[in-house]
Design a protein around this ligand. Structure first.
Ligand code: FE2
Length: 270
């Protein structure tokens, strides 16, 4: 593809591609998610996704979600309406739902992966992130390679704004250039448990975070080692996003990664 500012990506560890996806694609993802949520019966037990204390990690509903479409609730949710109480849906939407499959595997995204240097791109994980009005929780500073690890590290995020994202409704925050530092932690399987292991105590560099305020349809490429975060959404506005994570099939996917997909082989863009 033309116009990819590879030098900026290598320097900053992220790349903002404004209005990369057409409005029809954003509409299609939001409409399809509304249908999935309407069909979903939460039952008596709700799994809360907490970026604060990782309490979901003890839950089999989360542990087995790598090859499924699972629904996770917001910690502060009091609204009876499921569509206003969810934190996210993941983690194999792109393989199990035809609409998410089609949009995730469109040629423009395959071209983007190739331009970023992927030789054998594999679509590992997808998440629909709600960041609900008023209650959408903060996501603390982290590196995605903490959660999705290959040797060497190849995980790369495609984060797509399905609503305008700004400081008030919890847009992405990033530390430019900090992807050059080491991986600090791994969240992984040890026996039947998911635990966080410290790898490197190097603090995040003292860099002023940048707020990645983007209009709907924009795609942010996130290097797997880039520290990023997002603030809580205390506004009255929606801030939906769709996030895809790619790895390269030429790298080794660690067997102790939390995300396992028994019976659901990884696929690329084809
Ligand atoms: Fe992330």
């Amino acid at each position: 593809m033309t116009g990819l500012d590879r030098a900026a990506y290598d320097r900053d560890g992220f790349l903002v591609l404004e209005r990369y996806l057409p409005a029809e694609d954003c509409d299609a993802l939001q409409t399809r998610m509304a249908e999935l949520v309407a069909e979903f019966d939460p039952g008596p037990v709700r799994t809360i996704f907490s970026a604060r204390d990782q309490s979901h990690a003890r839950d089999l509903y989360f542990q087995d979600s790598g090859g499924a479409i699972r629904f996770f609730f917001e910690e502060e949710a009091t609204d009876e309406r499921t569509e206003r109480a969810l934190n996210k849906v993941g983690h194999a939407l792109h393989d199990l739902d035809p609409v998410f499959d089609r949009i995730s595997r469109q040629p423009r995204l395959a071209e983007l992966a190739a331009a970023l240097g992927f030789v054998q791109p594999l679509l590992l994980q997808s998440m629909y992130l709600f960041k609900q009005p008023q209650i959408g929780a903060e996501v603390g500073w982290h590196q995605d390679a903490t959660y999705l690890h290959t040797q060497p590290s190849t995980v790369t995020g495609f984060w797509i704004a399905l609503d305008d994202a700004d400081r008030e409704n919890g847009c992405l925050l990033a530390l430019p250039g900090a992807h050059c530092g080491p991986l600090r932690q791994r969240f992984h399987r040890v026996g039947a448990e998911l635990i966080t292991t410290e790898l490197d105590a190097t603090p995040w560099p003292r860099i002023e975070p940048v707020a990645l305020e983007v209009p709907r349809g924009s795609l942010v490429v996130l290097h797997g080692l880039l520290p990023h975060a997002s603030a809580a959404n205390r506004s009255d506005r929606l801030r939906h996003a769709y996030s895809l994570h790619l790895i390269d099939g030429q790298a080794v996917y660690d067997t102790d990664n939390w995300l396992q997909r028994p019976g659901l082989p990884l696929r690329g863009f084809a």
